[in-house]
Each structure stands twice: as structure tokens, then as C-alpha cells.
Ligand binder design. Structure first.
Ligand code: TXA
Ligand code: MG
Length: 311
């Protein structure tokens, strides 16, 4: 249920959970100071408590307030990419952040979203924790209708139009080895981050701590529609349903759902198209993965591969 900006502010301040727009995907938000609301996020999403949440802030002072031992490169990344779809994982000032948010880790994931309505909201409510606003495992929500699909028509959301990027933020983790690691590919291509840092990122699960992955959520089932997705570089003639790119030729008798013609369009449309399969009751679809390499295409391919791994 769409609610007004004023109601969203009031509900968040009084410890309720509200879905909010961001430029990447919608988030299921709660005030970082309301433990009960944070617990409710986990139960609403059916999210394991071992998977920590991202803290959304609206000023660089807040970055300072919640973190410690920040390397100068963190500030440089923040100045270059914030507000925007970059999440930084840094050593936390633990006394200022509930362990529920951090899943007991000594780090916190922080980002400053660029969506104008979200920025305005954060100025009123203070920092908000928010995972993507989908049931755990489902494609993320990129518009209000997706919130209602997953949480019911009476679930409150602030409407900020469809999310412009359509895929989640890129996550960089500051490692104990004094280097930045890619925790999750995302809306900002890896190459742009490496260019800003002047050095390559290390893509490594578990290289810092043997016991757990850098980004706990990355191991879970993700982004998956109920429909079976088949990745295909060449679409077979008998494919019944195809998720394809505009301007390409596909088997003529198939039903074709278009993702877009360039990486930005495909990212923007991806989750809505995956959800559309389920709304139409489609059980199986072939998806064209004859995609260019690098940049945002790498993120798209990662999301598609995870979405297909749904058996
Ligand atoms: O674009 C986004 O990042 C969206 C919007 C709403 O901001 N949020 C989002 O949240 O994608 P979520 O919860 O779906 O994904 C957050 C990821 C998870 O994989 C989680 O494991 C990881 O961030 N994460 C959170 N805190 C972390 C930490 N302290 N260390 C390592 N990974 C962390
Ligand atoms: Mg998510």
C-alpha cells in the first residue's frame, strides 16, 4: 500500500518497517535504533540472522560516526561514488550499532543512496537499515508492485517510481590485509572502482577469514523466479519462452520477453522480467546469455546465473 512521505517518516521513527525506494532496488527499511523493527525485517524476509544489513546514511559525518580505522581510500571512494550505488564494509564502532545489523561481525556495510526521495527521507529519519525488499531468494523489488507481490497489498511502501539502476549496489570490503575486496558485483562496474583506486580489486570469498565468506549473503539462493531459467548462448528452436535482447533474431514461434538493448536497460528491466514470468505462470524460459563481457554486463551475468540456480 502506497503511503505518503509524512507517514513513512512517522512510521519509521516510531519503529515500524516501511519499504523505501532507492536508485538500485527497493529496500525494507527500519531505523537503526529500533531493534524490534530490525528483528521484524529478518522475519518478514525470512532472512537468516547470519546475513547482515546495509546501513543507509545521508552524510559523510555519519560514515565517520559509525566506523573506525577508516583508510584514506575509503574517503576517496565515498567522495567519488556517493551518493550512489556503492557499499563500503568497514570496521564498525560496535557500541553504536546493534549486533543484529552486523550479524555479530565487527564490520558494518554502509552506503549513501542517491535517489532524491531517499535522501530527503534519511534527513528526516536518520540512518536506516535496509536489505532489498523481497522475500529471501526471490528477485529483488524494483517497483512498488513488487513489494505488494511479496508482502501483500497492505504492506506500506513509499513510492519512488521504478528503481533507475535495477541491480543492487556494488559491495567493497576493506580487508585485514589492507586491501579492497569485491564482496558483490553491482551497479557500479568493478573497472570504475579499480580506476578510482588505482589498483586491482581482489575477488575472494573466504580469503580473509577461513571460516566465513566475505559477504555472508552471497552464498545464499538468490534472485530466483519460480520458473526454471535455462542459460543459453544459442537459443534452441523449440524454446517456448525466451528472455532476449532487443534487435536480435530468435526462433519465430517462441514467446519473446525483451530485456532491453544495452546493459543499463537490461539491468533496469531484469528483476521485473523475472517476476513477470511467475505472474504469467510460465514454468520454463530460455535466457540469452550471449552477452558482451566486462562492465555492468558482468553484474548482469552474475545475477542471471544465480537466478537460474533455483532447483
Ligand atoms: O543496493 C543495495 O545494496 C540494496 C539497497 C536496498 O540499498 N540493498 C541490498 O541489501 O542489496 P541486501 O541485504 O539484499 O544485500 C546486502 C549484502 C548481503 O549479501 C550481506 O551479506 C552483505 O551485504 N553485507 C552486509 N553487511 C556486511 C558486512 N558487515 N560484511 C560483509 N557483507 C555484508
Ligand atoms: Mg538482497
Amino acid at each position: 500500500m502506497r503511503i505518503s512521505f509524512e507517514d513513512a517518516v512517522e512510521q519509521l521513527k516510531s519503529g515500524e518497517v516501511v519499504a523505501i525506494p532507492t536508485e538500485t532496488v527497493y529496500g525494507l527499511a527500519a531505523s537503526y535504533q529500533h531493534e524490534n523493527a530490525i528483528k521484524q525485517i529478518f522475519s518478514l524476509k525470512k532472512r537468516p540472522p547470519s546475513n547482515p544489513l546495509i546501513l543507509h546514511i545521508s552524510s559523510e559525518e555519519e560514515l565517520d560516526f559509525f566506523t573506525k580505522e577508516m583508510p584514506s581510500s575509503a574517503l576517496k571512494l565515498a567522495k567519488t561514488f556517493w551518493p550512489g550505488p556503492l557499499t563500503l564494509v568497514l570496521p564498525a564502532r560496535k557500541e553504536r550499532l546493534s549486533p543484529l545489523i552486523r550479524a555479530g561481525l565487527s564490520t558494518v556495510a554502509i552506503r549513501m543512496p542517491s535517489h532524491p526521495l531517499t535522501q530527503k527521507l534519511l534527513k528526516e529519519t536518520g540512518p536506516l537499515v535496509a536489505p532489498s525488499a523481497n522475500l529471501s531468494g526471490r528477485p529483488s523489488a524494483t517497483q512498488g508492485a513488487h513489494i505488494e507481490e511479496d508482502f501483500g497489498e497492505s504492506f506500506p511502501f513509499l513510492d519512488g517510481a521504478p528503481s533507475s539502476s535495477g541491480v543492487e549496489s556494488t559491495i567493497l570490503i576493506w580487508g585485514a590485509d589492507g586491501r579492497w575486496h569485491l564482496g558483490r558485483a553491482g551497479a557500479i562496474p568493478e573497472e570504475e572502482l579499480e580506476h578510482a583506486l588505482g589498483e586491482p580489486l581482489t575477488e575472494s570469498l573466504g580469503s580473509i577469514s577461513e571460516k566465513r565468506p566475505l559477504c555472508p549473503g552471497q552464498l545464499l539462493r538468490h534472485y530466483a523466479p519460480k520458473a526454471q531459467l535455462v542459460l543459453a548462448k544459442q537459443i534452441p528452436e523449440d524454446a517456448k519462452v525466451i528472455l532476449g535482447l532487443s534487435g536480435r533474431t530468435y526462433p519465430p514461434r517462441s514467446r519473446l520477453l525483451l530485456l532491453g538493448s544495452n546493459a543499463e536497460e537490461v539491468a533496469h528491466n531484469l528483476y521485473e522480467t523475472l517476476r513477470a514470468l511467475d505472474r504469467a505462470g510460465i514454468e520454463k524460459a530460455h535466457i540469452d546469455v550471449d552477452l558482451p563481457s566486462g562492465g555492468l554486463w558482468s553484474t548482469i551475468l552474475e545475477r542471471i546465473s544465480k537466478a537460474a540456480n533455483n532447483q
